[in-house]
Design a protein around this ligand. Structure first.
Ligand SMILES: [Zn+2]
Length: 411
């Protein structure tokens, strides 16, 4: 089985036995093939043996309930170029106590389970899982190919409490959706640094960039990608409109309570943020009752519903006419939070209308899906105390990165 799953050229699996000292442990003894010269770990050249070090052990992928360890006496080589250095072995790299195959195995499971669950399942430490994922991600980032990128998306994500936002850059082409870059802030310079890090050839090949209405992003795109069609993301606009409705509701609830009136909006928060298709029969009844109540929250909700029609237009000029009409309705409604969003939409009208010019190229919902995945990854990550760990986890799950090529496969 070992020869099938982890062949080791120039070495031999000499014996496999239960450990006399450790319970539930299988020891695998490895020796060099007869007459085989060791490989220099510096340059890879085969050199003469200088001396032998102490016996070392490496953890392999466990088998059922048994831990597996590989035992081998390392040699040092006398390399004409690198001097006296330790040899290179095919099952592990550097000073690692885990075999490369096991590290890749852990990293692959860490994509399906949380890091904590992975560590517990395979009886290693959390730090081992983190280091394995980091190794795979570093390899992936070094070996990924940034080609054929025509559409990118920019998203801001709240990574932890205290309003800490990161900027995430994605490729959102039909054939490839992946995380490209992470910046630890959401300023104009953050995005500029990200775009620059993609490199000149990638930027030259871009045709679409998709973002929200966050002014620093708009400015950065205008500056660095003046010839690229900038599209506003539908998902973000809906989010902003929903936030405005929520704001109206909160103010109204407060005002009703202050005036000592009947709290008509109790338990209405989620109803007002939902698509009306998803209302339960009870919620539908409630909304019908409140229809003519004149409540600001209800009016705000229906104005937001009305805006959805905007996206169904084919021609930008008709869409523009609709937008003006909608904005007039919002202004008449005197709903301050909604007016603010309407004004921002009006201000970014040109970019907003690009949506109809790029309709076919940008599939809706991509950024929303990615945003959800990011949140899920961060939520699963109770153990991530550092930003670096968060970054590694996000690239691991969303980066679509190539993995280290080993001679063996586990899946
Ligand atoms: Zn060497």
């Amino acid at each position: 089985m070992l020869n099938r799953v982890q062949p080791i050229k120039a070495f031999v699996y000499e014996s496999v036995r239960f450990s006399p000292t450790l319970s539930d442990t299988i020891e695998v003894e490895v020796v060099p093939r007869a007459g085989g010269k060791p490989c220099c770990s510096g340059c890879g050249r085969r050199c003469a043996t200088y001396d032998h070090l102490e016996k070392r052990c490496w953890t392999m992928t466990p088998l059922w309930i048994f831990s597996m360890v590989l035992l081998y006496t390392m040699r040092r080589v006398d390399c004409p170029q690198c001097g006296v250095v330790v040899e290179r072995v095919p099952w592990a790299s550097g000073k690692w106590r885990l075999c490369d195959g096991f590290r890749l195995f852990l990293a692959q499971w860490a994509r399906k389970l949380s890091w904590q669950e992975t560590a517990a399942s395979f009886r290693v430490s959390w730090a081992d899982v983190y280091a394995s994922v980091q190794w795979v991600v570093e390899y992936g980032l070094k070996h990924r190919v940034l080609e054929g990128i025509t559409a990118i998306g920019v998203d801001e994500v709240c990574v932890r409490l205290g309003r800490v936002y990161w900027t995430l850059l994605y490729q959102i082409d039909e054939h490839m959706v992946r995380l490209l870059w992470i910046g630890y802030d959401r300023q104009k310079d953050t995005l500029l640094a990200g775009l620059k890090s993609l490199g000149e050839p990638v930027c030259a090949g871009l045709r679409y960039v998709c973002s929200d209405m966050w002014a620093p992003y708009l400015a950065a795109v205008r500056e660095h990608l003046p010839r690229v069609l900038h599209v506003l993301d539908r998902f973000h606009i809906r989010k902003q409109l929903n936030e405005a409705v929520n704001q109206v509701r909160k103010e109204e609830v407060r005002a009703l309570a202050a005036a000592g009136l009947q709290p008509q909006l109790k338990k209405m928060r989620w109803v007002l943020l939902k698509n009306r298709k998803n209302w339960t029969p009870k919620e539908r009844r409630r909304m019908r009752q409140l229809q003519h109540s004149g409540l600001a929250s209800i009016r705000a909700y229906w104005l937001v519903v009305a805006f959805e029609h905007f996206w169904t237009y084919l021609s930008p000029s008709w869409a523009a006419k609709f937008l003006d009409g909608w904005r007039r309705r919002v202004r008449r409604s005197r709903l301050q939070p909604l007016r603010k969003v309407a004004d921002t939409l009006h201000k970014n009208r040109a970019v907003l209308l690009n949506y109809f010019r790029a309709r076919k190229a940008i599939s809706g919902g991509v950024i929303e899906g990615l945003n959800n995945k990011v949140k899920l990854t961060l939520r699963k990550s109770y153990g991530f105390r550092t930003d670096k760990a968060r970054e590694v986890a996000l690239f691991h799950v969303l980066g679509h990165l190539p993995e280290p090529q080993l001679t063996h496969r586990f899946f």
